[in-house]
Design a protein around this ligand. Sequence first.
Ligand SMILES: Nc1ncnc2c1ncn2[C@@H]1O[C@H](COP(=O)(O)OS(=O)(=O)O)[C@@H](OP(=O)(O)O)[C@H]1O
Ligand SMILES: [Mg+2]
Ligand SMILES: [Mg+2]
Ligand SMILES: [Mg+2]
Length: 335
Amino acid sequence: MTLLDYSKERSVAIKAVLSASKVCQSVFQHLVANETLTKDDKSPVTVADFSAQAIINTCLKEHFPADPIVGEEDSKDLQGDSGKVLREKVVSLTNGVLSESEQLGEQQILDAIDRGNYTGGAKGRHWALDPIDGTKGFLRGGQYAVCLALIVDGIVQVGVVGCPNLPVNYKEPEGERGTLFIAVRGQGAFQRKFSDEKEEAIQFADISSTAESTFCESVEAGHSSHGDAVEIAKLLGITRESVRMDSQAKYCSIARGDADIYLRLPTSKTYVEKIWDHASGNVLVTEAGGRVTDVNGKELDFSIGRTLEKNKGVIASKASIHDQVLKAVQQVLNK
Ligand SMILES: Nc1ncnc2c1ncn2[C@@H]1O[C@H](COP(=O)(O)OS(=O)(=O)O)[C@@H](OP(=O)(O)O)[C@H]1O
Ligand SMILES: [Mg+2]
Ligand SMILES: [Mg+2]
Ligand SMILES: [Mg+2]
């Protein structure tokens, strides 16, 4: 049996995520209010979401033409007369970060976005892409993340997360921003600056009890119950104030020890989590010495399609305290 090292997937994913992160940064600088659409589920989507998906899917097609992609966005809102204004912006922004030889026509960009329409599943390989995770964070100048993962036979093997607004060192919040996180299953977790290829290994903080830990939680109370988190913190003896941020930057933050526990506590009976919101973070946390389950203690199942239909909520923490955290979560949720 040949052992797959995924080195090509790793380097292509890094290149794609960095290039898409650049388009997001450039859009933010030129952001105008009417460039934001609201989707059926009331979540926002911007020109940057579309451009980032076009760039990454084009890069994946070039290097892995046979690989299908599960991407969050589709080109529906860019089609026809009603989509003309937005479409033209997406075309010019996308080409703005591509070199002369890489320039894309309008149809190529729409087709690239729609390469993300794969249904997912348990067999073979596919990519999971969230071109901007935390679009609300992006719009408010806070944390957001460009997230790309390779799933093989239902297991996440490679995860790359670009966090354009995350300080390289959380102890220097005013220092350089733009941090890239990289993990390959069985090969550890790493971070690097956007500006420098040098990587450093990362791991969870060295805590010995939950009382020493800090929560990292959603900004939006509608995405994770803040009230339940307070109750759980009490049970775990946590006194430190929670860190709140949008996006999978939460997985990145705990993986490098800025905080310790990420809880996504169900707020509705009907919301189903999407694979692109959790795939890269899953392998990153695991490789940094953490564990991820849902609130029932089940591993996240990436093998059933575009959603995590079989799971409810997410608990990510250092592996050694995970059982204790899970127990506290269940105690509060079962009340
Ligand atoms: N009701 C509900 N419950 C849980 N999750 C939801 C819900 N609605 C949306 N979403 C998804 O949340 C993604 C953003 O997650 P965040 O962790 O950034 O949320 S938060 O803004 O910090 O609260 C967000 O991802 P993006 O659309 O990529 O920003 C959505 O996929
Ligand atoms: Mg979205
Ligand atoms: Mg998302
Ligand atoms: Mg998104």
